[in-house]
Design a binder for this molecule. Sequence first.
Ligand code: G3I
Length: 337
Amino acid sequence: ADGLQAAAAVKGLAFGSAVPITRFRQDRRWRSLAERECGILVCENAMKFSSVVPREGVFDSVAADETLRFARANGQRMRGHCLIWHEGLPPWAEAILASGSASRAETLMRQWIGAMARRYRGTIEAWDVVNEIVVPADHRPGGLRATPWLAALGPGYVDLAFQMLKDEDPGASAVYNENDCEQKADWIDERRSAILRLLEGMLKRGVPINRFGIQAHLTSNLPFDETTLRKFLREIAGMGLAIEITELDIDDRAFPADVAARDRGVADLARRFLETVFDEPAVLNVLAWDLYDPDSWLSIYPARRRPDGLPQRGLPFDAEYRRKPLWHAMHAAFRGA
Ligand code: G3I
């Protein structure tokens, strides 16, 4: 076992990845890669509300259960992603949230969180209870994002979700998972303060939260500033929360088309990010948002497409399953942690 997990484990950290279910089912090579490289897994989509309960009264956990069995067979841990999010809502649930009845909305939330927490009690080590809840970077200033949950239940929906998870699975770590807080931008201070204020408020109110998840969808479009990231991590750790890097990948749009130069840019950004992150003892693990370039959402989402039309190269393995400079940068960062 000379994969990333082995390198991470030496320092008491863990490495893992999201599991894209179609690849997982169809590609034996992908499965052996995941076995060798990962100590922790998370379903890329299979535990989302719209995947599990596409229609009212249907509960389809086949894909999630399959992933879980694989993890267990390989001695891998699992994270749960994600309970409360503004995306991945099935239309029937959106209709309830838009109905104007707070009590129906609360019942919906309790049933959904309760069903997942009970089904996976003892198997999911940490749940992303809320995901991407502050106002997006391009809609400043910070505060809670306008979502169907906020509209139906008011700002208390966040506390409520954490309480509901703990009611059903007190043993699982409860995570607030957030994006766009890693690099340098003119909106970053505002955004980080909004996040810190939210966390402080929750802790003051006694909300059962254990961890903060930094997605780490890094981008070549923004510079990286080690000093302010360090400070942000310190502040979170200072509140007594653990930190996870939950969805690491690198959008390479601003890097050159030349593959070698691009791979160097990607690897270098990740290395600087990880070295900074590993200086913070509250950091527990790093999960990549997939392992293998052809699976990446970055090449699928229109807004993330490169102007030259080339597929993105933001993951540790290329289309031939070869280790890329990014893999080596991650490996070196783990070894040096
Ligand atoms: O499975 C269907 C397929 O049957 C259909 O033909 C096809 C046509 O659109 O869609 C397929 O479903 C897509 C699914 O990914 C599987 O590829 C959905 O439309 C698409 O919306 C979904 O996108 C996922 C997205 O979250 C929304 O749930 C991405 O795979 C997933 O990588 C992305 O992950 C998010 C995290 O959950 C939260 N943080 C950001 C991250 C990246 O956007």
